[in-house]
Design a binder for this molecule. Structure first.
Ligand code: CO
Length: 347
């Protein structure tokens, strides 16, 4: 069975000293520890330990061969979005990471694909950068699910999404900058509670504000982590829309009717949740996404879908590769032929 993993992250091995370039103390950097691991730093603070899988194509390809993944689509970790920076600085930064992604993918161009990032705080610069990046080989763009107080129905972000539709750039929405973290100082609770809520919040902003009525149907939009809390609470939203006029004032159709306007990845880590997700979203709009190579990701990529005997093989094929192939316009046959080749070339 072919596999396309649409949700993975990378970090370049290193990048220019952004603090020296722009001044200020909270820029990201990598502190390499000499054993194939590194600490991702924010200013002087340790943010997250990372391994060479983040930046070494050979390590990634070896893991892909082990798990049977033909194509892996990578994007930066949201920490590097830089939406709070002055836009010109953010543009310089995203170009560093966008160009680094293309370098990483060049080790196995048929198997490693990338989503760019953009300075979403500035609509014009964001549109220009996604156009530049698409011409440079990226197959879409990853955006954060909000820019400070600006939600996905913000005028500038709507304009950006319309531009992405015109460019044929697939948009992957990743939750970040999670709500209510001051109440969640332990146990990685922001990742477990706020991230799914952030994604639900963003989908509801698009639905309830009527934004989907203004976005072209050609827009290819996908949300991470199975849409977060959205699928499970959709019945609650439909009920509220039916019985409260303040819920439906900007939303002409039943909220659940809008699920046909977007996709989700399958990173839900439970076969019961996966079955419910497929039932809610439809078998054409769920795609394998692992969050590789981070600890909160699927440790054997594709195992949840591939080993789920309750899903017919035809549906498993859609989730594992066919939906992503259509969504991103990929040639998985060529990637499958190249299995193992990239690993040898880059070794
Ligand atoms: Co992720």
């Amino acid at each position: 069975m072919n596999m396309v993993d649409i949700h993975s992250h990378f970090l370049p091995r290193t990048w220019p000293d952004l603090a020296a370039r722009f001044g200020g103390g909270d820029w990201p950097s990598m502190k390499h520890l000499g054993d194939g691991t590194a600490m991702l730093m924010i200013g002087a603070e340790e943010f997250r330990p990372v391994t060479s899988a983040c930046w070494d194509a050979a390590v990634r390809l070896e893991a892909m061969d082990r798990d049977g993944v033909d194509v892996q689509i990578m994007c930066v970790t949201p920490l590097l979005f830089g939406y709070h920076r002055p836009a010109a600085q953010a543009l310089e930064c995203v170009r560093i990471f966008n160009d680094a992604a293309r370098e990483l993918c060049a080790h196995a161009p048929r198997r490693l694909k990338s989503l760019c990032q953009v300075p979403l705080q500035d609509t014009d610069l964001a549109c220009r950068e996604v156009s530049r990046a698409m011409a440079d080989g990226h197959i879409g763009v990853q955006i954060g699910n909000h820019v400070g107080p600006r939600e996905l129905n913000d005028e500038g972000i709507i304009t950006f999404l319309q531009h992405c539709a015109a460019e044929g750039a697939a948009v992957f929405v990743h939750p970040w900058d999670m709500m209510a973290q001051e109440r969640m100082p332990k146990y990685q609770l922001p990742w477990l509670v706020s991230m799914p809520a952030e994604t639900q919040l963003s989908i509801l902003w698009l639905i309830l504000s009527g934004a989907f009525e203004r976005l072209p149907r050609s827009l290819k939009l996908c949300f991470a982590h199975g849409g977060g809390s959205f699928p499970y609470l959709l019945g609650r939203v439909d009920n509220a829309w039916r019985h409260r006029d303040i819920v439906r004032e900007d939303c002409p159709q039943l909220p659940s009717s809008y699920v046909e306007r977007f996709y989700v990845d399958a990173a839900v880590f439970s076969s019961d949740a996966l079955a419910f997700l497929v039932k809610t979203m439809g078998e054409d709009r769920v795609m394998l996404g692992s969050d590789y190579p981070f600890p909160l990701g699927e440790q054997q990529v594709g195992k949840l879908i591939g080993s789920d005997a309750s899903l017919p093989p035809r549906v498993r094929g859609k989730l594992l590769h066919a939906n992503a192939t259509a969504f991103f316009g990929l040639d998985v046959g060529a990637a499958s032929m190249a299995r193992g080749v990239g690993a040898r070339c880059s070794a």
